[in-house]
Design a protein around this ligand. Structure first.
Ligand code: C6P
Length: 403
């Protein structure tokens, strides 16, 4: 598919904002949805809406088949060894909380949890809560001035006391790509569990959880062209079996008596209540759409755009880009000397350019740089060089107006 074919799948890209053509550069917050995803939702609600795993009737069978087909799609998409290793959650935040909560009874004083300074709050606060609850100590790996993890610090902080290592694959604020495979191997050598926040990696490249050899990997459908409110937790069978259920209710049980219950096997043990059936089915269409473009093509396209956009922004006097790690993906986080990111973002919006401004749920990163936040342009498969040209032109105008 060429870029204009790709863009044609996204009706929203044809709309205007404040009388200007929309330039959507807030893809790390959420991506737009191709028509195929919207069609899948309408087909489900209009054609076979029913609860899953519950009825003998035809509609329920059809809904269950469509729902479970997506589990298989996701298994293939991340190369999990078994489909029961794919747990449907509400999203990355929910997945990470499920894991952190599950370890409450397995950690105690003297144990350590290691995170990094690059984490989204979703991969920091649940571990703070776990530390408070269990008495374990929370430690973190620092980043350098380029926004890359300080690997010497990583090896110094990782010890035999480390029970959990939790970090992101790609930083949402800076785009840093972390060396997941090497970090996981180092942690496993010391007996730690490896939990990876893959929210920003899944949209941009092919993921192979077996090759990375991580114990848990979390993601959100809405950042990969799918619906909101649905996400994934990949977990190795051995860990998912050890972890207690996160919530109690229907679907996650085997036998229920008034005094106590026994739990269902994987994956249902972690899927209490009626799931987001439409969300799952829509996600299946999104994954199919991504594969119709090709994961390698998406990665190559975004890499080219990242280089193009970096050069454009750096040519504008006063612009400073935050996050220049040698391995970096899909995010241009920047500020303009003397201007508040919010003011710049507001003017860009007036010119039809959608970017995110602020801390991007990564306050420790902003504190480390000593800034209130950044302006963040984040890329997707449908982003064009013209989008980035429009950003640069609008930015120059905004700077002229605000200076
Ligand atoms: N980042 C952003 O604008 P949820 O909200 O559960 O789908 O994803 C949370 C999350 C976890 N980890 C990383 C690395 C993320 O980027 C996000 C979401 C969005 O950067 C919204 S704050």
């Amino acid at each position: 598919m060429n870029l204009s074919d790709i863009r044609a799948h996204f009706p929203i890209l044809r709309r205007e904002v404040h009388g200007r053509p929309l330039v959507y550069l807030d893809n790390a917050a959420t991506t737009q949805k191709p028509q195929a995803v919207m069609d899948a939702l309408v087909d489900y609600y209009g054609g076979y809406n029913s609860n899953v795993h519950r009825g003998v009737h035809q509609l329920s069978q059809e809904a269950t088949d469509a729902f479970e087909k997506v589990r298989l799609q996701l298994q293939a998409h991340v190369n999990a060894a078994h489909s029961h290793e794919i747990i449907f959650t509400k999203g990355t935040t929910d997945s990470l909380n499920l894991v952190a909560h599950g370890f409450r009874s397995m950690l105690s004083k003297g144990d350590e949890i290691l995170v990094t300074q690059l984490e989204h709050h979703s991969n920091l606060v649940p571990w703070q809560m776990l530390a408070q609850h269990s008495g374990a100590t929370l430690k973190y790996v620092s980043m350098d001035g380029q926004g890359a993890l300080n690997m010497e610090d990583f090896h110094a902080q990782l010890t035999a006391k480390t029970k959990i290592l939790a970090f992101n694959h790609i930083s949402n604020a800076l785009g840093t790509i972390n060396p997941v495979k090497a970090m996981a191997a180092a942690a496993h050598a010391l007996g730690a569990v490896v939990v990876v926040d893959g929210a920003q990696a899944l949209p941009h490249s092919a993921i192979d959880v077996q090759d990375l050899d991580v114990d848990f990997y979390a993601g959100s459908a809405h950042k990969m062209y799918g619906p909101t409110g649905i996400g994934l937790l990949y977990g190795k069978t051995s860990w998912l079996e050890k972890l207690p259920p996160y919530q109690g209710g229907g679907e996650m049980i085997a036998e229920v008596a008034m005094e106590k219950s026994s739990y269902a096997g994987l994956p249902h043990k972690f899927e209490a209540g009626t799931p987001n059936i439409a969300g799952v089915i829509g996600w299946g269409a999104a994954i199919q759409w991504m594969h119709s473009v090709g994961m390698d093509q998406i990665e190559a396209h975004e890499h080219e755009l990242l280089q193009y956009g970096t050069a454009l922004l750096e040519a504008i006097p006063g612009v400073k880009i935050y996050g220049k790690a040698p391995k970096k993906a899909a995010v241009l986080s920047f500020n303009v000397a003397g201007l508040h990111p919010y003011d710049v973002g507001t003017l860009l919006d007036q010119m039809g350019i959608a970017v995110r401004t602020g801390q991007h749920c990564t306050q420790p990163i902003m504190d480390e740089f000593g800034i209130p936040g950044t302006i963040r342009a984040s890329l997707a498969a449908y982003t064009s060089k013209e989008d980035l040209d429009a950003l640069a032109r609008a930015l120059e105008k905004a700077i002229a107006l605000l200076s």
